[in-house]
Design a protein around this ligand. Structure first.
Ligand code: FEC
Length: 317
């Protein structure tokens, strides 16, 4: 079984921030001011852990897929010595905006003789501004190959029971830290997208709502809401409500505590460490709201198990 696991990607060094940002803007160079602002955001969090987490997800997914494969060496069941046995499943990593790029991953798959693979993004919701753009990049890479690779897509998995359970578990941990859970507000966030995509019928907001509803139902939350974060620095209108405005509104309604859970991203990265842990936290403190963020899924085995189930089901299609 072959898998192409994709994620957003992040620069490895401060020098890479500008070309990375240019790639996000489809080759249009951002102004000096925008680059400086982004450099400051990365400096404020030290470094985004996204590439390391994506690699850890890929390694763990490959290990899980191999462990149960019938052809895996039986000696794994006993002591197998210092080497981790290679198995029949191979997971390749491609990032949307940096290295290894999706093009580099597809080229490596071709070099290894792969003719069929499951393609999946480490983000549960489909959007014209996320998964559809990953798909475009995969299509472009496939076109440059002398032989085709059949890609079987997992386009979204917003209601996967394992995903809902994994998010609910992290939310429950956060609830333990509240003073009065019945009186608190519960907010689920996802990356904002330009409203123009929503107007073109993007299923993204509906899928984000669905994830939120299922987690809230599972934990019998007294109330919940959805807010959007990290709107881009572009003049067009973005999907809201923006998390910072939403926190202010919650305080005005009389809430004193809020749990925020980012359900649009499985991993920690700039938009979690900066936009939630620094910016949204500062907004909450400013208005006198106690904000607790539920921890992310990252490369934890419950999330990897979800990826494994999705990939295995897609492989059988
Ligand atoms: O840790 C890191 O360095 C990477 C964090 C990161 C993730 C991420 C995920 C998503 N984005 C989505 C949509 C957009 C759209 C634009 C856009 C712009 C940026 C910029 C940075 C950035 N995004 Fe992002 N996004 C991350 C980082 N994103 C940096 C550029 C600076 C800025 O505008 O803030 C606007 C593009 C344009 O200008 O044309 C649209 C969506 C996701 C969630 C799905 C996914 O992970 O792929 C949707 C992580």
């Amino acid at each position: 079984m072959n898998v192409l696991l994709m994620a957003y990607g992040t620069p490895y060094t401060p020098e890479e921030i500008e070309p990375y940002y240019t790639d996000i803007r489809r080759g249009r160079r951002p102004s000096e001011e925008l680059v400086r602002e982004l450099e400051e955001r990365y400096a404020a969090i030290g470094k985004s852990p996204l590439n390391e987490i994506t690699l850890a997800q890929a390694i763990r997914l490959q290990a899980l897929l191999n462990l149960e494969a019938p052809a895996y060496p039986k000696r794994l069941l006993g002591p197998f010595g210092p080497r981790i046995p290679q198995g029949p499943a191979r997971v390749y990593v491609g990032t949307k905006h940096w290295h290894p790029s999706i093009g580099e991953a597809v080229a490596a798959m071709h070099e290894d003789g792969v003719r069929r693979a499951v393609a999946i993004v480490a983000a549960p919701h489909y959007s014209l501004r996320s998964v559809a753009e990953y798909q475009e990049k995969v299509e472009a890479a496939l076109k440059s190959l002398p032989e085709p690779i059949e890609m079987v897509w997992v386009e979204s998995y917003e209601a996967h029971p394992g995903l809902i359970a994994a998010y609910a578990r992290r939310l429950e941990e956060a609830i333990w830290r509240l003073r009065e859970p019945r009186k608190a507000a519960y907010v689920f966030t996802a990356h904002s997208i330009p409203l123009s995509a929503v107007e073109r019928g993007d299923p993204y907001p509906r899928q984000v709502e669905r994830t939120a509803e299922l987690i809230a139902k599972r934990l019998a939350l007294p109330r919940f809401s959805v807010a959007y974060q990290s709107a881009g620095r572009t003049p067009e209108p973005w999907l809201g409500p923006d998390i910072n405005e939403h926190l202010k509104a919650l305080r005005e309604e009389g809430f004193e505590e809020v749990v925020v859970q980012a359900v649009g991203f499985p991993a920690d990265h700039l938009e979690v460490y900066y936009d939630l842990d620094l910016e949204a936290q500062a907004t909450a403190q400013e208005v006198g709201l106690r904000l607790i963020r539920a921890r992310s899924l990252n490369a934890d085995l419950d999330y990897i198990q979800v990826l494994k189930e999705l990939v295995e089901a897609a492989w059988l299609r």
